[in-house]
Design a protein around this ligand. Structure first.
Ligand SMILES: Cc1ncc(COP(=O)(O)O)c(C=O)c1O
Length: 459
């Protein structure tokens, strides 16, 4: 991976004097928030009001009010929770990270809240450079956008333009790509597109099944059948290298390589959706961790980036007018996203012996210890790096929900993923401490016992 070079824009982005002023602002805000909390009654009223505004209950009854520090977040009633859901994987270094808050404060004070593609600033350049340092030689361009879905929309458009008139897309069963009209159709989640008009032309390939006798050949055969049936009509295959929403399923590099090679032989674009894996698997991009860089045409990133991006090779550079939009991202998001990447590079997070790999090891050991004590409450674990999930009880959605709510009440935020079985996912900060892991698992144990006790289930 190329190291960051000093940029002539650096003095514009940060300076010790400015950092010091930012620190004073952050301290003042922290002092104020410490002194303010809603009463339980006010808190409940605020929650109900928010639910009425949204027209539905909140998934978790949490109104965040400020940083508690690390994996802990403070709610508006003054209580704290351990946050292992992380807004579904957004908080790379948890809550209240001093360096990221300072970076954000400096960026916020610079000029505009948002940056558009018409008037990019230094933060725009800083984050695009940071992304391209990790993308390998083949991917040479990057466009920023706001959400993972917008990055995937851009990916889809530039692929469809290049491959016109081919207009069909292949994706994995159980994949999730986002919630726009076209991505709702690609995502293998029928409940998320109920009642929507469909364009047609999305075909699915089974994801790697470790239980199957020859999972690689099986998926390649299904891909080949689609390629044969719709010869010349398939524009791209979308790859989620660790399925997020679908249940934190992983696969060995040979699986992806086999499918990607077939795509390339047939002139089908290889599009990798790294919106959730970005920064979490031990390399900035999972496709590099899995050694697939020679096969990838288009990649999207989001979440931990604090914005989103599509990266693509020269051959996929679209015609003028296809990609733009008013906003490229918020100035704060770009500066903090770039800073997160710089810290992953310089603070030892990446690589096989890096801090993300160690975090995964500590998590696995703690999970297996708890599983020994509660073998009927905990099933198999899956995931990679700082993306970890497990099956609670029988994997039914009701019991998984019950554990999420019991854990929340006991002080731990988790979230759901997958179906049949429904799993609980953890997307902890990359710098989660031993104490935070220990406390999280103690709370999880309490929650499992509570759910089992209330239902008379064996644990
Ligand atoms: C793999 C993947 N792609 C795309 C998206 C959509 O990202 P966003 O919710 O930021 O639009 C998500 C969100 O969970 C995701 O996990």
């Amino acid at each position: 991976m190329a190291r960051r070079k000093a940029s002539p824009l650096d003095p514009l982005l940060d300076s010790p004097r400015v950092r010091e002023a930012a620190r004073a602002l952050i301290d003042a805000v922290a002092e104020e928030t410490q002194q303010r909390a809603l009463t339980p009654k006010q808190y409940q009223r605020a929650l109900r009001q928010l639910e009425r505004r949204r027209g539905r209950p909140l998934p978790l009854p949490a109104l965040l009010s400020g940083a508690a520090g690390g994996a802990r977040v403070r709610l508006a009633d003054g209580s704290t929770k351990l946050d292992f859901a992380g807004g579904i994987g957004v908080y790379g270094f948890g809550h209240g990270d001093a360096d990221l808050l300072e970076t954000a404060a400096v960026a916020a004070a610079c000029d505009t809240v948002f940056q558009g593609h018409l008037n990019p600033g230094p933060e725009y350049l800083r984050v695009t450079n940071a992304l391209l340092r990790h993308a390998g030689e083949h991917l040479q361009h990057v466009w920023l956008s706001l959400s993972g879905a917008m990055a995937n929309e851009n990916a889809l458009k530039l692929i469809l333009q290049k491959h016109h008139p081919a207009d069909r897309i292949i994706a994995f069963e159980r994949n999730f790509a986002g919630r726009t009209l076209s991505l709702s159709e690609i995502s293998d989640k029928p409940a998320y597109r109920e009642g929507l008009p469909l364009r047609g032309g999305v075909h699915y390939v089974p994801f790697y099944d470790p239980e199957a006798c020859d999972p690689i050949s099986h998926s390649v055969e299904v891909l080949d059948a689609h390629l044969h049936r719709h010869s010349g009509r398939i524009a791209a295959m979308c790859f989620e290298l660790v399925q997020g929403e679908g249940g934190f399923h992983t696969a060995p590099p040979e699986f992806f390589r086999g499918l990607m090679q077939r795509c390339r032989e047939e002139g089908v674009a290889v599009w990798v959706d790294e919106v959730q894996t970005f920064g979490r698997t031990g390399e900035l991009f999972a496709f590099r961790k899995l050694g697939l860089e020679d096969l990838v045409d288009v990649v999207t990133a989001g979440k931990l980036l604090q914005g989103s991006a599509v990266l693509f090779s020269k051959a996929y550079n679209p015609k003028a007018g296809l990609m733009a939009g008013t906003y490229a991202g918020s100035t704060v998001g770009m500066a903090v996203g770039a800073r997160i990447i710089e810290r992953l590079e310089t603070e030892g997070y990446l690589g096989p012996e890096g801090r993300i790999a160690c975090l995964a090891g500590r998590f696995e050991r703690r999970y297996e210890a708890l599983r020994k004590r509660a073998p009927r409450a905990l099933g198999p674990r899956s995931g990679l790096g700082a993306m970890q999930a497990f099956v609670p009880f029988d994997g039914s959605p009701e019991l998984a929900q019950a554990v999420v709510h019991a854990a929340f009440e006991e002080g731990l935020m988790l979230w759901l993923c997958g179906s049949q079985p429904t799993k609980l996912r953890m997307l902890p900060p990359l710098d989660t401490t031993d104490e935070e892991i220990e406390t999280a698992f103690n709370i999880l144990e309490k929650a499992l016992l509570r759910v089992a006790g209330e239902r008379d289930l064996p644990c």
